[in-house]
Design a protein around this ligand. Structure first.
Ligand code: NAD
Length: 480
């Protein structure tokens, strides 16, 4: 019989109010993995009330910051102890390589431990005043119940980057994971309870965006929405949160440039370009999907990238030798295939890939694809494809590279490959992106703040800055 999950509310599994469930499938084999609760407004309301009760309870409200840190540390330890189970769970659900998930699960406890260490360093300031008799100080307070809405591409990592600072600051949460990846987030909530967080501090309502996500955003008891997902959904969520004057952190889509200059180590750059776009089958917000190569190294780079793309081992994400798994679900695969067709109609040439690869597995596979003869006005260059598709374009001057790279509505990340230090600094300053990598791609850590510029987001995640997203500042004046 198929495994069946409820929501996780008030520290226990709770059946959906209308009894409805939906299936989650393994995108490599198409087998049904489990059924998750199909949440609707009454489930969301129940979860928010549980989170609000936990937030108001003195056992949580008056818990020392040091103790909150201890709980987060314990959660990090429990995640480490259960790493293999969590890694497999997510790999089965979204088709990410088990190898890669094991890496993410090594980083996740570090993330929780980092915020464990920050919990007792959240503090206000004493502000100078014009009179020695007047005392003015600030207090950094939690917000209340945080609604966290996350996508399917890295559920545990992206949820933890909200949960850890939110709990460190003394909030409680209701999480709405993607309908494609529920199970690992339910497990994370169970581990939070096991770590000692009170029932109701971490709640999960599973289900679809319009049925469960929207009621969460619109719930009057939510003090803040923290969203990671597409720019279209983010824009609707920001409008709803804005109309109620509640805070909103948004991590949205990208169309990041990866720029290779004539003085770069082209072999290294080619590896960086391949990792930039083909990791996780291109389903990462920071995918370097627009590749700009100086005309003098364009042919060499294209050849190296295409050679590597063609040799990528495609197959079962659970196998160690596999380098590229399937796309996470059928509509995602269809969207990628349709973008490539659109590109060809617009005049692009499929240099490599552009089809289903040769594999016996029935899942949603798509070959690593390199498009050439593309221009900056084509849809394949302007819109986020969220799949293993790189558009490669030549440029002649640094100024042109910068102009083309910045000619996008997005501003999440950018890569620069050069041996010229002055150019590296000039490009880092000029690029309109929240993260710039020079001679590397994808480097990140819990300590390093991340912000999407332009249509790629609002607010900061990771690092100390993230604590500000989950606190409010009170100014107290005392006439002594
Ligand atoms: P999505 O916007 O379709 O869904 C994200 C989440 O929002 C899901 O949980 C979904 O159920 C929910 N949702 C959908 N409609 C909603 C609504 N009206 N109200 C409330 N919730 C709603 O995105 P996706 O396809 O799951 O994820 C892929 C996108 O996420 C890509 O655009 C990618 O770039 C982006 N992403 C960004 C980052 C980042 O750090 N900037 C990281 C990962 C993914």
């Amino acid at each position: 019989m198929t495994e069946r999950h409820g929501h996780f509310i008030g520290g226990e599994q709770v059946a959906p109010s209308d009894g409805e469930h939906f299936e989650s499938r393994n995108p490599a084999t198409l087998e049904v993995l489990y059924e998750a609760a199909r949440g609707t407004a009454p489930d969301v309301d129940r979860a928010v009330q549980a989170a609000h009760a936990a937030y108001s309870d003195p056992r949580w409200r008056d818990l020392s910051q040091t103790r909150r840190g201890h709980l987060l540390r314990r959660l990090g330890d429990l995640v480490a102890e259960n790493a293999e189970e969590l890694a497999r769970c997510e790999s089965l659900d979204n088709g990410k390589l088990l190898r890669e998930m094991r890496g993410q699960l090594t980083a996740l406890p570090e993330y929780l431990h980092y915020y464990a260490g920050l919990a007792d360093k959240i503090q206000g300031d004493q502000i100078p005043t014009s009179s020695p008799l007047m005392l003015n100080y600030t207090m950094r307070e939690p917000l209340g119940v945080v609604g966290a809405i996350t996508p399917w591409n890295s559920p545990l990592t992206l949820t933890t980057s909200k949960l850890a600072p939110a709990l460190a600051a003394g909030n409680t949460l209701v999480i709405k994971p993607s309908e494609h990846t529920t199970r690992s987030i339910l497990r994370l909530a169970e581990l939070a309870l096991e770590a000692g967080f009170p029932p109701g501090a971490v709640n999960v309502v599973s289900g679809y965006g319009t049925e469960a996500g929207q009621p969460l955003v619109d719930h009057p008891r939510i003090a803040k929405v923290s969203f990671t997902g597409s720019t279209t959904t983010g824009s609707a969520i920001a409008a709803s949160a804005g109309s109620r004057f509640i805070g909103c952190t948004l991590e949205l889509g990208g169309k990041s440039p990866n720029i290779v200059f004539e003085d770069a180590d082209v072999s290294n750059a080619a590896m960086g370009v391949v990792a930039g776009i083909f990791a996780a089958a291109g389903q990462t917000c920071i995918a370097g999907s627009r590749v700009f190569a100086h005309r003098s190294v364009y042919d060499e780079l294209l050849e190296k990238v295409s050679e590597r793309a063609q040799s990528i081992v495609i197959g079962d994400p659970l196998q160690d030798e596999t380098e590229l798994g399937p796309l996470a679900f059928e509509a995602q695969r269809d969207k990628v295939a349709s973008y490539v067709k659109t590109g060809v109609t617009e005049g692009a040439r499929v240099h490599t890939g552009g089809c289903r690869p040769d594999t016996e597995l029935p899942g949603y596979f798509y070959a690593p694809t390199v498009l050439t003869d593309v221009t900056n006005d084509m849809r394949v260059v302007r819109e986020e494809i969220f799949g293993p598709v790189a558009a490669v374009m030549p440029f002649d001057t640094e100024a042109e590279a910068l102009r083309l790279a910045n000619d996008t509505e997005f501003g999440l990340a950018a890569g620069v490959w050069t041996r010229d230090l002055a150019r590296a600094h000039r490009m880092s300053r000029g690029l309109d992106a929240g993260t710039v990598w020079v001679n590397t791609y994808r480097a990140m850590s819990p300590m390093s703040p991340r912000q999407g510029f332009k249509a790629s987001g609002a607010g900061v995640e990771h690092g100390m800055e993230s604590i500000r997203e989950y606190t409010r500042l009170k100014s107290v004046w005392i006439n002594t």
